[in-house]
Design a protein around this ligand. Structure first.
Ligand code: GLN
Length: 491
């Protein structure tokens, strides 16, 4: 078996049936990280016990134990997730030396299913960004073109996965952070329905939008990983008690009679790159050939998705990030004589030095939106428009099963190109944020290539808890994807 390009399903099967040991798999990928990550900067820290963890799994398999659906599969975990005994920085100086005493539920569930964690993956600071350039650990490079960004905020996950430094990764998505980097790096990324996956132990950015999800190399791997991490968790009151379906067993790429919606407003979006447009058109044609029916739907209020998202997300962030005060844990500014410093000065020095520019910008914006006198005009209003956007989607899903759209306006951009202009950066999220505002499941599946040889994903969205439909269309598209079999140069 060619381990480098093997799927999660193939590796788990081979480990379970003792065709290969978990240790051999882990050592193979550790070597790849060693030789390639210097170019990418995807890893922020490694799990020093990975080989030991693999040996323990092998011993359990030798005793005849069932070690789980993801037996011996090496994973990388975004810095947003707490990992017991291993640094969790959220890409920020303020958590530079934070070592959590527990695993996030999603991580615990992966480990219980037999995953071996190889290390933590770079990201934008507190998941605020679309390019991975706001990270305290430095920018990540796109394996398809080292001068370009891998996307963000889950840029380390996308780069590590597409360069095959791991077999699976976990990301988080608040406004597109799984789907956009997945598209830029040619991998599959799924943001499930809000409430599908527990947020317990995930560093909070904007709690009403944050969701965890898989960033992997095939639709089936995504379905299987999602099954493992989904489901009710008493530690997160927003998780759903709905049964978790066996998505991976029920993948069905028969498109006959399926209604695929195209959002009118999206196809005429200003500044849509011609390669992206062509990729979506090709996907539409392939689905038609397979028997799907194409229907036009309208979601006019998506025009407000980006401003509404940035008001809601910044407001929640300003509240969530108030916990980083230098008292309980995390970075604290140094003072010559601590007892002589007043509290305001203590906070201001600690937070001033601990947070980066983008995070400060959002805390200020959010605090402004939530302040008395402005609250109703901004935060309340944003909440009302958010509700209307969701209702427009619900109406659209009465006319179609899934919505097909671009993920981003253009393929991966150059490092440094947008970082000094926050508005241009925010406009990146034009196709992804409404999914989070409405709580819907969404995913990116690699489908086309740009003239410059960069992968381009297409986005699929479904009604709440209808992940199966979305995954089915993704698997149909995957079978005719022009990205299939192509790999980044760095590999
Ligand atoms: N790019 C968006 C932002 O900067 C989305 C980030 C995310 O999904 N975490 O907020």
């Amino acid at each position: 078996m060619d381990l480098t390009f093997a799927t999660i399903c193939e590796i788990a099967e081979a480990v379970k049936t003792k065709k290969i040991s978990a240790k051999e798999v882990v050592v193979h990928f550790q070597k790849r990280i060693e030789s390639l990550d210097g170019k990418l900067n995807a890893f922020t820290s490694r799990n020093e016990n990975a080989v030991k963890d693999a040996e323990m799994l092998d011993a359990r398999i030798a005793r005849g134990e069932d070690v789980g659906a993801l037996a011996g599969v090496p994973f990388g975990i975004k810095e947003m997730f707490c990992t017991k005994g291993q640094k969790t920085t959220a890409g920020s100086k303020i958590l530079e030396n934070f070592v959590p005493p527990y695993d996030a539920t999603a991580v615990a569930r992966l480990k219980n299913a037999g995953v071996v964690v190889l290390g933590k993956l770079n990201q934008d600071e507190f998941a605020m960004g679309s390019s991975n350039e706001t990270s305290f650990h430095g920018a990540v490079r796109n394996p398809w073109d080292l001068d370009r960004v891998p996307g963000g905020s889950s840029g380390g996950s996308a780069a590590a996965q597409s360069a095959r430094l791991v077999v699976g990764t976990l990301g988080t998505d608040t406004g597109g952070s799984i789907r956009q980097p997945a598209s830029f790096c040619g991998i599959v990324g799924v943001k499930p329905t809000y409430g599908r996956v527990s947020r317990y132990g995930m560093v909070a950015y904007a709690s009403s939008l944050d969701q965890a999800g898989p960033m992997v190399s095939s639709v089936k791997d995504a379905a299987l990983t999602l099954e493992v991490i989904s489901g009710f968790d008493p530690q997160d009151g927003t998780t759903s008690r709905k049964q978790v379906p066996q998505w991976s067993q029920n993948l069905n790429s028969n498109m006959k009679g399926l209604k695929v919606g195209l959002v009118k407003e999206y196809l005429t979006a200003e500044g849509l790159d011609s390669d992206v447009q062509k990729t979506v058109e090709n996907a539409v044609n392939e689905l038609k050939k397979m028997g799907a029916e194409i229907v036009e739907v309208s979601v006019p209020l998506t025009e407000y998705a980006v401003p509404v998202y940035y008001l809601v997300a910044a407001s929640e962030a300003s509240s969530n990030l108030s916990r980083y005060d230098g008292v309980k844990y995390g970075f604290r500014a140094e003072f010559k004589n601590l007892s002589a410093v007043d509290l305001a000065e203590f906070y201001s020095q600690t937070r001033g030095q601990g947070f980066g520019a983008e995070v400060k910008r959002r805390i200020m914006l959010g605090t402004y939106c939530l302040s008395s006198g402005y609250y109703d005009a901004y935060y309340t209003k944003a909440g009302q428009v958010r509700r209307l956007i969701m209702e427009e989607y619900l109406a659209a899903f009465r006319q179609c099963d899934v919505i097909l759209s671009p993920v981003t306006t253009a393929p991966a951009f150059k490092i440094g190109e947008r970082i000094s202009d926050p508005l241009t950066m925010y406009l990146n999220d034009i196709f992804t944020t409404s999914t989070n505002l409405a709580g819907l499941p969404g995913m990116s599946v690699p489908f086309g290539m740009s003239k410059d040889g960069l992968p381009i994903g297409v986005q699929l969205t479904a009604a709440h808890f209808e992940e199966q439909k979305m995954l089915n269309v993704a698997s149909a598209l995957e079978s005719v994807s022009t990205v299939k079999g192509k790999h980044p140069h760095v590999v």
